[in-house]
Design a protein around this ligand. Structure first.
Ligand code: WT7
Length: 645
């Protein structure tokens, strides 16, 4: 069965693209008719990019969980909503039907209510990939609390900053999380994050690893106890119910923090209706999801990919979403292929970095794995190199599955540019065509539209979007001006993505990477300024400069040039001290791959670090460093080149 808004042919793609561009309000109102509203909207779209103000379906009333769960119960109560595959393949798989998901989400919503969490309150979720994480997220949405999920790899300090920024009052966590051979002590990290915190009133702890944890009377409560209490409250005579809060279309649904070019991560805000419609529409169309398919997105729910394409998009579409707790290389590099074989997975959505890593372990991990259930493959998070694309195509899709290269961002809510599986053509290394509703434009440094092709027939420049689609961010939490400056002020009247792109004569886009000071490490976004701030926190560091460099597996690696003053241990120990400091301040994901100690940094006479030169050196370029005559002290360049690590 296909969906009423499913694009079934190339001709329909072009027709829908045109319709959405010409009459966005009519087009998206038609799509919106396929959702469950308590009250329909007054106005489909109202916007300007100067403030910015973006409103989709204003006046509409709904609750996203009624769309993701309740409306499926009449026909799909016993269908698996979530299939959970644990870290350890010997542990029992959990299958959560839509009926069970409904019960658990109602129960957790009741727990929140019992603990005085109200509509609009901010709830921080710091958990491993367990089904209870889905219950927590959706439970928040059910009562209208704004969830802010924090990836389990972030440190106590990072969590503390986010709690403060969001003024969160409630935390959901686990005692620990399994990651391959390791147990990550999540509750202990939360305890550290709460030192000095003034807003959090309660911390609820789900037992996953039975790691000993401190439980502070009056603040810390157990998930299991609270869920037991709630069970009787929501269930009367076999009927489960917890009336979902009625939300305005434009009420905030969640905050998700992401890095930018300044030191402080920003809280991207998505709202209820537009985000729901965008994630569902893109989910169905890019993967060409059909009822009954099993969808396996390998992302963590701590990132936007997990929010949009493990939870909200698939569930609103009534899909079966496979949720995986572990890592691709545990117990061995055949883990993904075992899961696909075991659950007869139809759609695999993963990151190029994971593919490159698995490639490097050799093809013997594919032996004996039956992958014939696969119909569609997808990638996300970074440009995919042709070698990885062909490996994916040959070894996983066996040249029978379309591969979609989906370009998007935390801020875009869902995918903006991709081929549609089996409908629009793929081009290795290219994200290809925009989704209906997305109007990209390539601009030069001054913001003028690039119209002249280069010698290869390509338009080349910075990627912007001309008009809002339903899933665009609405603000950055607590600081609307920051949202304006970051995304809407670089160039007038467009949303600036921060990415560079090429456009070919057929209208295909190729994303060439960030043009701002943001790195993409294994598909995760980290700001250079953020890493520098963390390095500079180390007592021996005088100054530092961080750039990215090409990394075989991660896509980009972090290269830090550090001026150091001290004598504690040899260079390697000092490097480890610095890495530990970064892990404490941001989290292990931001540890530099390379640290080079230098006597000076290349600076202009006005004191600005010339990162262009450092980037070239980090990339291994020795000859063409460009003009260095404007440097305050050109000699430092030779010294840095000689000391390259
Ligand atoms: C940045 C956004 C989208 C969810 C995961 C990352 C890069 C993302 C692609 C792609 C080339 C890509 C961009 C973008 N990116 N997808 N298919 N091809 N680059 O979300 O952390 O918000 O990062 O990831 O540079 O701006 P994010």
């Amino acid at each position: 069965m296909s969906y009423p808004f499913q694009i079934n042919s190339l001709a329909q793609y072009h027709a829908d693209y045109k319709a959405a561009a010409e009459n966005p309000d009519v087009f998206w109102a038609n799509v919106a008719e396929n959702f469950y509203w308590r009250k329909k909207w007054d106005k489909a779209l109202d916007w300007n990019f100067t403030e910015p103000k973006i409103e989709w379906f204003a006046g509409g009333k709904l609750n996203i969980t009624e769309n993701c769960i309740d409306r499926h119960l009449a026909t799909m109560a016993d269908k698996p909503a979530i299939i959970w595959e644990p870290n350890n393949p010997e542990e029992r798989v959990r299958t959560v039907t839509y009926a069970r998901l409904h019960k658990r989400v109602c129960q957790f919503a009741q727990v929140l209510k019992n603990n005085a969490v109200k509509k609009g309150d901010r709830v921080c979720i710091y958990m491993g990939m367990v089904p209870e994480l889905a219950y927590a997220v959706l439970g928040c949405a059910r009562i209208g609390a704004i969830h802010s999920v924090i990836f389990g790899g972030f440190s106590a300090q990072s969590i503390a900053d986010r709690l403060e920024d969001a003024q969160a009052t409630f935390i959901v966590t686990c005692d620990g999380a399994y990651r391959g051979e390791k147990v990550i002590p999540l509750k202990a990290v939360i305890d550290d994050a709460l030192i000095g915190n003034k807003t959090v009133k309660k911390v609820i702890v789900y037992t996953r690893t039975r790691t000993p944890v401190s439980m502070i009377k009056g603040r810390d409560i157990w998930w299991e106890d609270e869920m037991d209490i709630a069970e009787d409250q929501i269930e009367k005579n076999g009927v489960v119910s917890f009336k979902a809060e009625e939300m305005d279309a434009e009420d905030p649904l969640f905050i998700l923090y992401t890095s930018g070019s300044t030191g402080k991560p920003k809280g991207v805000v998505h709202t209820c209706a537009g985000y729901m419609i965008w994630t569902t529409y893109t989910f169905v169309n890019m993967f060409q999801y059909n009822q009954g398919d099993i969808h396996f997105c390998t992302a963590d729910i701590g990132w936007i990919t997990g929010h949009s394409y493990i939870l909200y998009g698939p569930l609103a579409a009534g899909a079966t979403s496979l949720m995986f707790e572990g890592i691709p290389t545990f117990p061995n590099a055949g883990r993904f292929w075992d899961i696909i074989d075991k659950h007869q997975v139809n759609i695999l959505y993963t990151a190029p970095t994971a593919l490159r890593s698995l490639m490097s372990f050799g093809d013997e991990h594919l032996l004996g794995k039956n992958l014939t259930s696969l119909k569609t493959l997808g990638t996300v998070g970074e440009p995919i190199n042709e070698e990885a694309w062909h490996w994916y195509d040959d070894n996983i899709g066996k040249n029978k599955c379309p591969i979609i290269d989906t370009w998007w961002q935390t801020e875009t809510g869902g995918c903006l540019i991709t081929n549609l599986a089996g409908i629009t053509p793929a081009k290795p290394g290219w994200a290809t065509l925009p989704m209906p509703g997305v109007q990209p434009v390539i601009v030069d440094e001054k913001g003028n539209e690039v119209t002249e092709a280069d010698e290869h027939g390509m338009l080349k420049g910075n990627l912007c979007i001309k008009a809002p689609w339903p899933g665009i961010l609405r603000t950055t939490y607590g600081d609307h001006e920051r949202c304006r400056v970051n995304y809407f002020a670089t160039y007038p009247n467009v949303y600036f993505t921060g990415d560079g792109a090429l456009k070919d004569a057929e209208g295909n886009y190729r994303i060439t990477g960030r043009v701002d000071d943001v790195l993409n490490i294994s598909g995760h976004r980290i700001g250079t300024a953020e890493v520098e701030n963390a390095i500079n926190m180390h007592s021996g560091v005088v100054e530092s400069a961080v750039v990215g460099y090409p990394h075989d597996i991660k896509g980009q690696g972090i290269y830090a040039f550090v001026i150091y003053n001290g004598h504690h241990g040899d260079e390697n120990l000092r490097r480890q001290d610095i890495s530990q400091t970064v892990a404490k301040i941001i989290g292990a994901i931001a540890k530099p791959d390379k640290i080079q100690f230098v006597k000076g940094l290349p600076k202009t006479r006005s004191g600005k670090i010339m990162r262009r030169i450092l980037r070239k050196i980090a990339e291994g370029e020795t000859e063409n460093l460009g003009d260095i005559t404007t440097l305050l002290d050109p000699d430092v360049v030779a010294e840095i080149k000689d000391g390259k690590v």
